[in-house]
Design a protein around this ligand. Structure first.
Ligand SMILES: *[C@@H]1O[C@H](CO)[C@@H](O)[C@H](O)[C@H]1NC(C)=O
Length: 492
């Protein structure tokens, strides 16, 4: 028995060896021949047939550089299965002009479908691609989603004007937060150009509960939202007349916003300039913002944000929060606002939370700010309450929990206040603000003499240090007015 089994095993082994030899031999014989017909990858076929508008362009690179950069780029692309990182000068890209997809650009014809089709081509291009919105035309586009993932880097080259429908009937029924232009789930997207996005917000402003108190509160569309994007750049474009927020960065990572212009009237309700939530590593470099609400609002889930060279006003200033609404948990850390000029705004450097939340906002710096006729230049408000938020139609109640604010620096802040309330640090009784530092601050009431001097009021604020601060911190009594914080402020 034993010897029979050994025999069987031995012959089985021989069979396996034989099979292996046959397979290997076949492969060796095939490899150098190159005579077999190789079919091209399916991907190439599908993008190269029937492309109505393919041309090769490059932006801002010399011909010589283009050659090297694109060959280097091809090597990089071949070496890596991931989306390649963009070299310093933009590489050659395949351009898909919305005009070639049937967009009319007369401001009246509905060009939504053409934009969708151009995006589908750009996003599925195996080479870096650009969707071009050409200059000199005005495209009417309805609610639209530009979804990824894309096969390569995509540039949205926006040189024309894109306008939202002005009739409310052209929008879907608002529920939750509606959006006009939504970029979702894209790696290495660049939106650039000298173009404008005009949200046509008038009809929304007029029907806002903040303007017409008889109407129920609902949210109006955000002009431009990016969600779940990484390695995102948005530069140069102009956003105007948004129904609600202009630009919203949501659940994104490694984001650079530069040289943006945002403009809506000072009395347009809820028209925040740049709203950042649940995002990490965000840089805002040079922004000119006129709006009817916060120029910049930093919401929960935001970590490592740096903003510099910001012009703000009119508007409600630069704000962290509001945090902790509906007893929610806030997580905000490492936020720096460095070098901003605020003109005629309702607030300046502001941190706000509702009562009843939990979590934290920590490691926050406001540096090098110039205030020009700002109503409350420096303000921490842990009793924030507004009924204009659809989710909060009722006055707020005093609660026992709060978002913990800590390690907050206000440094080198100068200029004028439109009211006496130059510095207000109004923190939670349950969770006083910790490690607040005021340094090199000089705020005066605009046109105010001795009788109308700027004041500084504090409640539950633990100043760990203050030097060279005028008005002297925490020297004025908190007034009854200040105590009325829980009465909703409609326009904040
Ligand atoms: C804080 O954010 C900045 C970007 O503004 C970043 O350079 C820095 O590394 C971050 N610090 C920490 C401790 O994460």
């Amino acid at each position: 028995m034993a010897s029979r089994r050994t025999q069987l095993v031995a012959s089985a082994c021989a069979l396996v060896v034989l099979l292996l030899l046959v397979v290997l031999g076949g492969a060796v014989a095939q490899a150098p021949a190159g005579t077999r017909k190789v079919s091209p990858p399916r991907r190439m076929l599908s993008t190269n047939t029937n492309v109505p508008a393919e041309s090769v362009h490059s932006y801002g690179a010399t011909a010589a550089f283009q050659q090297t950069s694109s060959s280097v780029h091809r090597k990089l692309a071949a070496a890596s299965s991931k989306v390649p990182k963009q070299p310093k000068n933009a590489p050659e890209s395949v351009v898909f002009d919305v005009g070639s997809f049937g967009a009319v650009g007369d401001g009246r014809s509905d060009d939504t479908k053409a934009f969708q089709n151009a995006w589908a081509k750009a996003c599925s291009s195996p080479k870096p691609a650009a969707l071009l919105v050409p200059a000199g035309k005005k495209f009417l586009v309805k609610e639209i989603v530009f979804a990824g993932p894309c096969k390569s880097q995509v540039t949205f080259k926006h040189d024309g004007t894109v306008v939202a429908p002005k009739d409310k009937a052209d929008w879907s029924k608002p529920q939750g937060y509606p959006h006009w232009i939504h970029f979702r789930n894209i790696d290495s997207l660049t939106v650039t150009g000298k173009g404008t996005l005009d949200g046509n917000g008038k009809v929304w402003w007029k029907n806002s509960c903040r303007v017409n108190k008889k109407l129920p509160c609902t949210h109006a569309p955000t002009t431009l939202i990016f969600s779940s994007c990484k390695h995102l750049k948005v530069e140069n474009i102009k956003l105007i007349n948004s129904p609600q927020f202009h630009l919203w960065i949501e659940s994104s990572h490694d984001v650079t916003l530069s040289r943006l212009t945002i403009a809506s009237p000072g009395n347009s309700p809820g028209t925040d300039g740049i709203h950042v939530a649940n995002s990490e590593d965000v840089r805002i470099i040079k922004a000119y913002i006129k709006s009817g609400d916060d120029c910049i609002s930093v919401e929960t889930g935001t970590k490592n944000l740096y903003a510099t060279k910001i012009e703000c006003g009119p508007g409600h200033g630069i704000s962290i929060g509001s945090l902790g609404d509906d007893n929610s948990k806030a997580q905000v850390s490492n936020i720096t606002i460095d070098n901003a000029h605020l003109t005629g705004t309702m607030f300046g450097a502001r941190i706000k939370s509702w009562q009843g939340g939990s979590g934290y906002a920590k490691d926050i710096k406001f540096l090098n700010l110039v205030m020009d006729n700002v109503k409350n230049p420096i303000i921490i408000d842990q009793n924030y309450c507004t009924m204009a938020d659809p989710a909060h139609p009722k006055p707020c109640k005093e609660q026992k929990s709060a978002v913990q604010f800590s390690n907050i620096l206000f440094k080198n802040i100068k200029g004028t206040s439109a009211t006496k309330d130059a510095i207000k640090l109004h923190c939670s009784k349950a969770f006083p603000c910790r490690d607040v530092v005021l340094q090199d601050i000089d705020l005066k009431v605009k046109g105010g003499g001795e009788k109308n001097a700027a004041t500084s009021t504090c409640e539950n604020a633990m100043l760990s240090k203050s030097s060279n601060v005028s008005p002297s911190p925490c020297t004025s009594a908190v007034t009854k007015d200040d105590k009325d914080d829980l009465i909703p402020q409609d326009y904040e």
